[in-house]
Design a protein around this ligand. Structure first.
Ligand SMILES: [Zn+2]
Ligand SMILES: [Zn+2]
Length: 366
C-alpha cells in the first residue's frame, strides 16, 4: 500500500550548499531532474516548497545565542561557523533555515493528513548541536522536528532512524535525555568522524535506553548491512510502536562515496526504504518523513535518493521500469565473510547490552 507523498524542494537548494565540497552542491538538482525524468512527479509525488524556519522554530533545538551567532557570521560572510569544517558565507543563514524549515513544514503536513510520506533532501543535518555547527550542518532539523511533534503536534512516541555513514552525534546529543528512540547505523573505526556512536552511549535521565548505536566496520556490505537493520531496527520499532517515523537518509555509505567505506549499493538503499515504508504503514498510519544527509557524488546520490522516493511513493510509472532498473549497480563490491562475522558479533553484543534498557524504558522486561 502507498499513500500520497511530498517532495520538499526549492530551486534555492541548487545554489551554494553548506559543505565546502563544491562538487556535491549539484546533488539536489541532479536528484530533482532524475525523479522528474522517471515520471514520479506526474504520478503521485507532489512538490512542496520549503519555508524558512523562524527564530522561534530554530529555538526548538538551538540556543538563541547560537542562532544570532550564525546571523552575525552570515553578515561577516567569511570564516567558519565551527572553526574548522562548516563555512560561513553571505546567505548561509537563509540557506540553513530554509533547509530545516522544509522538514518542519513536511512534518506539519503529514500530521495534518495532507500526505503520508515526505522527502526533504535539504534536511537530515544530524551533526548540528544546540550551541554549534558541525560537519556541514548548521541547524539540526531532526531534533527540531522531534520536539515539534512532541511539544506542539501531540505525538508522544517518535522514532528516528539514521542510515548516514556517519554517527548521528548531534541528534543524539540534543535529544539524549528525551524518550525519543534514536537509532544510528554508521561506520565506526579509529579516527573516523565524528568518533562517537558506540554501544556505551545509551541515553540519560528520561532518555535512558533510547539511544541505540549500531557501529559497523569498514566494508560491511549490502547483505550484512540489511541483516543488521533487520535484527536491530525492526524489533525496536515494533516495541516502540511510534506514531511518527523519521528517517535520515544520508547515502555516503554508498560504495563509491569518497568519505565512507561501508560498501553499500543502490539495492541496499532500496531495501532500507522499502522496510521503513512497510513499517510506517504497519505501525503509524504511514507517517514517514525522510530527510537527506551525506553523499558527495551528485549522480550516485541522485540514484540512491530516486530509488528511495520510488520505493516510498509507489509512483514509478510502468513505462519507466527499464530506466529505473538501470539505476542499480552492475558490479557491486563483493561481500567479505570475515567482515560479515564481525557484524554478526557486533549485533549479538548490541542486543545483549542495549536491548534490555530499552525494553525496561518502554514498559518493563518482555
Ligand atoms: Zn506508502
Ligand atoms: Zn555522513
Amino acid at each position: 500500500m502507498s499513500g500520497r507523498t511530498a517532495l520538499i524542494y526549492s530551486p534555492e537548494y541548487e545554489g551554494r550548499g553548506m559543505s565546502p565540497i563544491t562538487q556535491a552542491w549539484a546533488r539536489y538538482g541532479a536528484t530533482f531532474r532524475l525523479v522528474r525524468e522517471l515520471g514520479l512527479l506526474d504520478n503521485g509525488v507532489e512538490v512542496v516548497e520549503p519555508v524558512q524556519a523562524t527564530e522561534a522554530e530554530l529555538q526548538l533545538a538551538h540556543a538563541k545565542s547560537y542562532i544570532h551567532y550564525v546571523q552575525k557570521m552570515d553578515a561577516l560572510g567569511e570564516g567558519f561557523l565551527d572553526g574548522v569544517e562548516t563555512p560561513a558565507y553571505p546567505g548561509v543563514y537563509r540557506r540553513a533555515a530554509l533547509s530545516v524549515g522544509g522538514s518542519l513544514r513536511a512534518a506539519r503536513r503529514i500530521v495534518r493528513g495532507d500526505f503520508d510520506h515526505a522527502f526533504n533532501p535539504g534536511g537530515g543535518l544530524h551533526h548540528a548541536r544546540e550551541h554549534r555547527a558541525a560537519g556541514f550542518c548548521v541547524f539540526n532539523d531532526l531534533a527540531m522536528v522531534a520536539r515539534l511533534l512532541r511539544r506542539e503536534l501531540g505525538m508522544e512516541r517518535i522514532a528516528i532512524v539514521d542510515v548516514d555513514g556517519h554517527h548521528a552525534d548531534g541528534t543524539q546529543a540534543i535529544l539524549y535525555a528525551e524518550p525519543i528512540l534514536k537509532i544510528s547505523l554508521h561506520m565506526y573505526s579509529p579516527l573516523f568522524y565524528p568518533g562517537t556512536g558506540t554501544l556505551d552511549e545509551t541515553g540519560e535521565a528520561d532518555g535512558t535506553g533510547y539511544a541505540i548505536n549500531v557501529p559497523l566496520p569498514p566494508h560491511t556490505g549490502h547483505a550484512a548491512y540489511l541483516h543488521a537493520f533487520d535484527e536491530v531496527v525492526e524489533p525496536l520499532l515494533r516495541r516502540m510502536a511510534p506514531q511518527f517515523l523519521l528517517l535520515q537518509f544520508g547515502v555516503d555509505g554508498y560504495y563509491r562515496d569518497p568519505m565512507v567505506l561501508l560498501d553499500l549499493t543502490a539495492r541496499t538503499y532500496e531495501g532500507v526504504a522499502g522496510r521503513m515504508h512497510r513499517l510506517a504503514h504497519e505501525l503509524c498510519d504511514g507517517r514517514l518523513l525522510v530527510l537527506g544527509g551525506g553523499g558527495y557524488e551528485p549522480n550516485d546520490v541522485a540514484r540512491c535518493w530516486a530509488v528511495m522516493l520510488a520505493a516510498i511513493s509507489g509512483a514509478l510509472p510502468e513505462e519507466a521500469r527499464d530506466r529505473y532498473g538501470a539505476l542499480f549497480d552492475e558490479s557491486p563490491p563483493p561481500e567479505r565473510e570475515r567482515i560479515t562475522e564481525r557484524v554478526e558479533q557486533r549485533i549479538f553484543e548490541l542486543k545483549a547490552k542495549n536491548f534490555p534498557p530499552f525494553w525496561q524504558a518502554t514498559g518493563g522486561p518482555v
